[in-house]
Design a protein around this ligand. Structure first.
Ligand code: NAD
Length: 380
């Protein structure tokens, strides 16, 4: 099977889908690995490192697409690229299938098997393939570093002959994968950290990192069978806002990571709360690109509102592209290896598999994923 890896084309994207070490592992599986010239450059990997790993360099991007049995990449494709793929090819990448209906239909029409990295079930066995987690983990770290960079204060307490500096107060809203890493990073840097999440099970995890969990009684919240937060009612959102107001006003840094899978993130920090923070405070809104947890955040921009800096950086993991590439590449390799038939030396699409059917969106000219089919038909 020919595994093709194109160069990422999104402006400013320095992460790469496969690093040389994983290219070598794919070759060891018995795959023919072909890369586009310069594929690894964003993260500092040369074509020579890939050829030494046993891969070859395609003559052109067009040839790479046309000859691929499996295409491994990071970002979703352009519509025109789908038409270049062979009937029966397998395309694995982020896909944003809840919103990218045109792409999903194009994959269906082209009879390409599209696998969405966002849709890998969050089970214990699939953790090694879980790109949402690997990238969110790094995003959590980057958000704290970004906040520290903009804050006109230090995070730890410092006792010196010139006086004592108090530790910074950091408030983290949403304690999933990114939020927990943000809490851990801020704690390591010596900040005083408070956090809130609507899933009550998270309180213990927050406390075990040495942070304080803000108790807010929102009534029934809970989580879905997949471990995701349920969407709050408008009344619950308002209750949460009011209960967080005081903590936000006293915080030097607010980091928001609240997401509801497949839906628009809730607005949790309103304009008046931003105005209630002291000048020089910093907010980092992880959801800026998808609608924002913070009123006034601008995707991919850092803005100042009444002296408060709001960071809306979108590609957070991309700020630490080398490590992000290593982790994403491992996720892709583990996914391929898990469905690889050693004798046939091929990736086997098996709808009885415990992980694959959940993340396959289209196959054989059909939208096979029930959740996405429902979304396309306007049912969710
Ligand atoms: P996510 O990105 O969907 O959401 C981030 C966080 O925001 C979640 O913790 C969610 O509860 C929270 N949130 C939603 N609405 C909120 C609100 N109004 N206020 C405050 N917080 C709000 O979540 P994620 O980080 O991708 O992880 C989701 C869950 O899946 C977590 O429990 C995580 O531990 C679990 N998970 C399990 C595995 C595994 O078992 N293999 C792997 C990855 C993640």
């Amino acid at each position: 099977m020919r595994i093709a890896i194109p160069k990422e084309t999104h402006p400013g994207e320095n992460r790469v889908p496969i690093i040389p070490n994983d290219a070598k592992k794919l070759v060891r599986l018995g795959a023919e690995v072909v890369i586009e010239a310069g594929m690894g450059a964003g993260s500092g990997f040369t074509d020579q490192e890939y050829t030494e790993a046993g891969a070859s360099v395609a003559a052109s991007r067009d040839e790479l697409f046309a000859s691929a049995d499996i295409l491994l990449r990071l970002r979703k494709p352009e519509l025109a690229e789908i038409a270049q793929l062979k009937d029966g090819a397998i395309h694995i990448s982020y896909l944003d299938p809840f919103n990218e209906h045109g792409l999903v239909n194009a994959f269906k029409d082209a009879k390409v098997t599209a696998i969405s990295m966002e849709m890998i079930p969050r089970t214990t066995r699939s953790q090694k393939m879980d790109a949402l987690s690997s990238q969110a983990n790094l995003a959590g770290y980057v958000m704290v570093i970004e906040a520290a960079r903009h804050l006109p204060r230090i995070l730890p307490m410092m006792m010196t002959p010139a006086g004592t500096l108090k530790p910074a107060n950091v408030f983290v809203i949403g304690a999933g994968v990114a939020g927990l890493q943000a809490i851990a990073t801020a704690k390591r840097l010596g900040a005083k950290v408070t956090a809130f999440d609507t899933r009550p099970v998270v309180a213990e995890q927050v406390q075990s990192l040495g942070a304080k969990f803000l108790e807010i009684d929102l009534g029934e919240t809970g989580e879905t069978a997949g471990g995701y937060a349920k969407e709050l009612t408008p009344e619950q959102v308002e209750m949460q806002r009011q209960a967080q107001k005081e903590v936000i006003a006293k915080s030097d840094v607010v980091i928001t990571t609240a997401q509801v899978f497949g839906r628009k993130p809730p607005v949790l920090v309103t304009k008046d709360m931003v105005e209630g923070m002291a000048p020089g405070s910093v907010i980092v809104d992880m959801a800026a690109e998808t609608g924002g947890n913070v009123e006034g955040s601008v995707p991919n921009e850092t803005v100042t509102v009444g002296g408060v800096t709001i960071v809306g950086l979108g590609n957070l993991a991309g700020e630490v592209a080398r490590d992000a590439s290593q982790m994403y590449s491992a996720n892709l390799f583990n996914l391929v290896e898990d469905s690889w038939d050693e004798e046939k030396k091929a990736f086997v699409i098996d709808f009885e598999h415990d992980i694959l059917p959940g993340c396959i969106i289209t196959h054989g000219g059909e939208v096979t994923n029930e959740t996405i089919k429902n979304v396309l038909e306007g049912g969710a």
